[in-house]
Every structure is written in structure tokens, then in C-alpha cells.
Design a protein. Sequence first.
Length: 261
Amino acid sequence: MAQTANKLIALPGGTFGIDASLMAPEDHRYIEMVTPTFLIEHPKGLVLFDTGYSWRMAEDLHAYMEEMSKLAAIVNHRPFTRDLVVDEQLRRHGYDPAKVGFVVVSHGHYDHAGAVSLFPHAQLFAIAGEMRYAAWPDARHVKLGFKSSEIAATRGLNWNEPEHDHDLFGDGAVLILKTPGHTPGECSLRVRLRNETVMLTGDTLHLRMQIRTLKGMGGDYDPRQAADSVKRVVEMAKAESARIWVNHDPDDWAEYPHQLE
């Protein structure tokens, strides 16, 4: 019998400005994109979906971004302070970061996996191949977005790398969905709560308009896979009457309640 999670909390992170056409050629807006992380309370433990930016970025943004200078040139990061790092956000919401038992990484880009090492005792989950690729990207993909040295440094942690969809607790409440294309091992997360079901998209979707266009974005590792994954998320959400939370979309952040049950 399917169970439900108790609560989902959206935690704020950094913000950056970007020309939306870099992701969707038909969208020429300048937008302020958010980088939230999500905490899920389940009877069997606390689950974190993505970890956001590294605390090192708060210490010295320019030094941190130096090895990704081309990326730094196309995004305009807002001031990122230590209180926005995920461990401090957890404390502000009354949670001990050491009590997080499970961390699901949507993919290895620096704005999603930058603080993985803050959870050395958690079980870490990423779709097979993602972390290897993030640490040692190959020539098929633009290497911008990976802080490869940080990912490589986590190799000794407790990684779990399922090949396919993975039901985290075996009860249907928290389901890791294999949605590759943006990166080789991109994943999304379906969370069943008492009152609704939510699809957390990682970078499978970047903007709400993709729900309509069913397309990926510029710079995807595999555009065909990316489009197929967008379709999968949209169709699953429709079948389950689920809310799609597009992680980076500023309208989703502004309009959706940041705590759901």
C-alpha cells in the first residue's frame, strides 16, 4: 500500500540573472532564477533533494567561479551569503543537518550539488553515471557548470547509484525518476504527500514554458533524451494530477507555498 511523506519544505538558495534565451531560444526575457533545495519529511527519515551552492561560493564568489569563468560571464550572481547555504537553511527551519539521512542529487552541476560534502553520513543517491561524468566530463558535453574537483572529492562518501527509477523507501512516497538528457544521469523526484503529489524537476525543466513546448534547453547533453524526459515528467504529472515544481522558475518560487503537506 502506498504511503505518503509528511511534509515538503522549499529552502531558498542563491539567485542569478540570466537571458532566458540561453535556455529557450524563443524566450528573450531577462529573468532572476532561483536555486532552491527541498527537504522532505518521511516517517523513515529526512530526505534532501539537491544541496545548492557550496559555502565556498559565499566566502569568495570570484575565486570560486574562476575555473568556470565562461559561465560566470553569462550569469549575474546576486550576493550569496553563508545564511543561504543549505545547512544554515535547515537550521533556520528547526532541523539538524546531521539528521538528514538521504540526499538525492538531481545532477552534478555546481548549483545543485555544491554542498554534498556537508552530509558525510547521509546515504547519497544519483542515477548511475552522473557522478563519474560530473567529476570527469567528456568531450560530448560543454563542461561549464561542473565543479569537478568538488565532485571528485566526494568519492569516498556513501553513494548509491541506481540504474533506473528508485523507490527510496519502497512505499511509493518518494520516487527517484530517471530523466536524463540535461546531463547523462539527471533525475527528478516525485513526492506523494497527504494532500497532493509534487514533481520536483531538478534541471529536467528550467522554465514553465517547457511544460507547453515539451522541449529541453540549449546546452543539454542529449537534446532528444532531454525532450523525452520533459514529456515523461509532464505526462506523469497529468496522470497523477501532480504539481510540477520547476526548480529554477521564478514564478514557481513566487507563487507556490514553500511548505506542503
